[in-house]
Design a protein. Structure first.
Length: 559
């Protein structure tokens, strides 16, 4: 394929990345609204993420189990192009299902909340298939050494969707008129703001999914990009994942069942039991990963792609990365709303309490931070000279910041803009130190992420708020680094390894509810220790991946 056709194919491919970002980031506004609208607790509100990101896991797992049972790679037999088309059609169905799900919904109608979760689950299933196909497809469209940069380019488009998604959804739900917290609460209770306002949004999204599917279907420059590798069954991996799934489903089912209509005598004990069940689910995931790591190192037969330690540990890295990226912003709305002092009307950060509508610009700013990093990460795709590249590393982040400020015009004070600009400067320093090396990038940005979360935990006011918001800047560049390091050297197992990694988007379904339940028990600000732990594992993976790949003789810019 010529370079021109490669660029055309990549341009077509990245259109789906926009949709992933738009819907995912919209959840950051939708979650606190659902909590107010349905009168649910912080854990229950995080089930929006559980349904959406959990679908990635179940979709990828189903594809893997069916492939193992049939003895052939189903996605590869379809071709990556068709896989994306089928995924778009499934997501379109989910978006259409949202219309009847919320029709006539009223405030406090909790049953409707579960219909919404079902619709989001179907949308997520489609996204699961799209991502399983799109990630290796993007990697195949050029030199392997620049794979992470192509993923950053696609991620930059994805992040533009994440930046405007919260604003669009906030305008659709709340309208453009500024309202106070008391007015908003009264309007929700009086059904002046209704959930069915999102019907038009999801009808439009369904139409866009169908248009994108048509674009892929009729594109002459987009190849199927099938792999020549023969499918290798991985029975041990399949059994492990099925058992893990049963444990997780059981734990979450028990938590769901604990939310009944009967009055609870000891609510504190019940909350601790719920948290314990969620931690058991998390522990099952971690132990399963390390069991596969140890067992496959002794006898690789039956483990398929999991016989490669960089892939197995990379699965947990994707799990924690997606988990921390999602949980920071998913719980941010509650942090900004929560009233710690009724007299002063301040939230736990010592800032004025915000309502659901006022939160949207800050959710947009968080996701905008991911856009900034991914735009910078995509610079290498265009092969600039060394001198020009240095200037672009400085200029592009602030151009991207300008786009964010334009989208959210008038939403931030000058002081807030200056604080976030300082955070961007820290990110720029990180890029200069990392020098486009995946391992170094992962080490540096994970370490900065730890520092940022600690500042947020031990400070207050705008310093704490923007420390948490800066998490988006430092998460921005991690996905392509982890993904490309995890599948390095997998050969014929690359497609299977990609599917395993997509399964671990499960982190976005598991970690936010755990933080939400922790917030219900302790405090919303203290719950951000969860984010610290996630960043710490990513530092561990960066060091471990370097050692593993070096032993395998793979020179993947690990030095």
């Amino acid at each position: 394929m010529t370079n021109k056709n490669n660029n055309s194919a990549l341009a077509t491919l990245v259109t789906v990345f926009f949709f992933w970002g738009f819907i995912a980031a919209s959840n950051g506004v939708f979650i606190p609204f659902c909590k107010t609208y349905f009168n649910i607790d912080q854990f229950q509100s995080q089930l929006v993420d559980f349904a959406f990101y959990g679908a990635y896991y179940f979709g990828a797992l189903l594809l893997f189990v069916l492939s193992s049972s049939s003895g052939k790679d189903i996605l590869n037999s379809w071709g990556y192009k068709n896989g994306i088309i089928y995924g778009l059609l499934i997501s379109a169905i989910g978006a259409l299902v949202m219309y009847p799900s919320v029709n006539g919904a009223e405030q406090g109608d909790t049953a409707v909340f579960y219909y919404v979760l079902g619709a989001l689950f179907i949308v997520g299933l489609g996204f699961s298939l799209q991502q399983t196909a799109a990630q290796p497809f993007a990697i195949s469209l050029g030199e392997p050494s620049k794979a992470s940069h192509r993923l950053n380019l696609a991620g930059g488009v994805n992040s533009f969707g994440t930046t405007i998604g919260p604003i669009v959804v906030a305008l659709i739900i709340f309208g453009s008129t500024p309202i106070s917290g008391e007015e908003l609460e009264l309007m929700v209770k009086n059904n002046q703001i209704k959930l069915n306002t999102i019907q038009s949004l999801y009808l439009g999204v369904a139409g866009l999914f169908l248009m994108a599917a048509g674009l892929f279907y009729f594109s002459k420059n987009l190849p199927q990009a099938k792999s020549d590798a023969v499918f290798q069954p991985a029975n041990k991996a399949k059994i492990l994942l099925v058992v893990l799934t049963l444990v997780m489903v059981t734990c979450f089912a028990l938590v769901f069942m604990s939310y009944g209509n009967e009055p609870v005598k000891d609510i504190e004990l019940l909350e601790k039991q719920r948290l314990g069940l969620l931690l058991i689910a998390l522990l099952a995931i971690v132990l399963s990963i390390f069991y596969a790591y140890k067992s496959s190192s002794k006898n690789p037969v039956g483990w398929g792609a999991m016989q490669y330690p960089q892939l197995v540990l990379g699965m947990l890295a994707i799990f924690t990365y997606v988990g921390v990226e999602v949980t920071i912003q998913s719980n941010l709305g509650e942090l900004l709303k929560n009233v710690a002092d009724k007299v002063s009307n301040l939230n736990p950060l010592g800032l004025k309490v915000m309502n659901d509508a006022e939160i949207a610009p800050f959710i947009s700013l968080y996701w905008g931070g991911l856009m900034i990093g991914r735009w910078v990460g995509a610079i290498t795709v265009f092969n600039p000279s060394k001198g020009l590249k240095k200037w672009l590393l400085i200029l592009v982040p602030y151009v991207a910041l300008g786009v964010i400020l334009l989208v959210n015009y008038g939403s931030y004070s000058l002081n807030e803009v200056l604080i976030f600009s300082s955070c961007v400067a820290v990110q720029i320093v990180g890029f200069f130190l990392a020098k486009d090396k995946p391992v170094a990038t992962l080490k540096i940005f994970s370490a900065i992420g730890v520092v940022a979360m600690l500042i947020g935990l031990f400070s207050n006011g705008n310093i704490a708020l923007f420390a948490f918001l800066s998490g988006g800047l430092f998460c921005s560049i991690m996905w392509p680094c982890i993904f490309s390091l995890s599948i390095a050297g997998l050969g014929k197992y690359t497609s299977q390894g990609s599917a395993f990694l997509i399964m671990m988007i499960l982190g976005g379904a598991i970690i936010p509810p755990i933080q939400g339940k922790l917030a219900d028990i302790v405090s919303i600000q203290s719950s951000y220790w969860v984010a610290v732990m996630c960043f710490l594992y990513l530092i561990f993976y960066a060091y471990r991946a370097k050692t593993i790949l070096s032993k395998q003789g793979i020179n993947y810019d690990t030095e």
